[in-house]
Design a protein around this ligand. Structure first.
Ligand SMILES: C[S@@+](CC[C@H](N)C(=O)[O-])C[C@H]1O[C@@H](n2cnc3c(N)ncnc32)[C@H](O)[C@@H]1O
Length: 269
């Protein structure tokens, strides 16, 4: 998936793309036949692939509300934001404080075409969209739209939700995350959600193989592997846990196997 430094990827609707497969799984309309075929093939071997995205969005809502309402965070950097799916980060954060500022980042051209129109801020706050690749952290942090929106001398919450499992070990996602958090001041937060095969290894192995054949690399990680992303940070309670167990607002109707993602929040000391 490394693009060797280019920012905008050319649109190729004949090939499945993670943002559009995910959009289809969430019931969205911004996807093409190749995305729907990849999703259908994946669902055949693992029906939980449809449950996990919905639960991941619910995790996003709880986390952003916690960060804005309880941790006092007013700046958010959502990398791998996906096709706009309401409520987006700014809607949740600006419901707490309309002055909250959010920068969205993705490398899918179809996200780009929708984001600027739909990710619109409350007048007191601000949102921006940066077309960039998480492989290039320095480009993201130096982007004029980011610099014009976020003050990197003040705490920022970086959201990496359902994106790091597209980074295999050769791309050293741990170094990428460390670089991001190193650039932010004390009091900043890191949020990660990440698919795991811990509960249903065979189904997810088949799912991973189907995605690989569609050109989408996935590297699913265990709890200790996901927890490693928070090295050097103070992990807030209840820790790096199955997302259904992260500060639930109601009793879970599903099993952790059905949600199949770990999630956590860490604060930079
Ligand atoms: C499964 S979606 C998750 C969307 C959203 N973060 C959420 O949790 O609901 C993954 C997103 O990451 C984006 N993505 C994948 N690899 C990326 C990369 N190297 N740089 C930037 N975005 C990337 C995809 O385009 C897609 O929109």
């Amino acid at each position: 998936m490394d693009d060797g430094g280019a920012v905008a990827e050319p649109m190729d609707t004949g090939r499945a793309h993670p943002a559009r497969v995910y959009d289809f799984l969430l019931g969205g309309k911004d996807n093409f036949a190749a995305d729907r075929e990849a999703a259908a093939a994946g669902l055949k071997v693992n029906p939980n692939a449809a449950t996990a995205p919905l639960q991941n969005r619910a995790f996003l809502r709880r986390v952003v509300r916690f960060l804005a309402a309880e941790a006092g965070i007013r700046q958010f950097l959502d990398i791998g934001t996906g096709l706009p799916t309401s409520p987006n980060v700014h809607e949740v954060a600006q419901a707490v404080d309309p002055a909250a500022r959010i920068v969205y980042v993705d490398n899918d051209p179809i996200v780009l075409t929708h984001a600027r129109a739909l990710l619109t801020s409350e007048p007191e706050g601000r949102t921006a969209y940066v077309d960039a690749n998480l492989h290039h952290v320095d480009q993201i942090l130096a982007a004029p739209d980011l610099r014009g929106t976020l003050d990197l001398d003040r705490p920022v919450a970086v959201l990496l939700l359902a994106i790091l499992h597209f980074f295999d070990d050769d791309h050293d996602p741990y170094a990428i995350v460390e670089r991001l958090t190193a650039a932010l001041p004390s009091g900043s937060y890191l949020v990660v959600s990440h698919i795991t095969a811990d509960y249903e290894p065979e189904q997810w192995a088949r799912f991973t193989e189907i995605m690989r054949r569609q050109g989408i690399t996935t590297r699913l990680r265990s709890q200790p592997e996901v927890a490693r992303f928070f090295t050097g940070l103070d992990v807030v309670e209840p820790g790096v846990v199955p997302i259904l167990q992260w500060r639930p607002e109601q009793e879970a109707q599903l099993s952790d196997a059905q949600a199949a993602l770990y999630g956590g929040v860490g604060r930079k000391p």
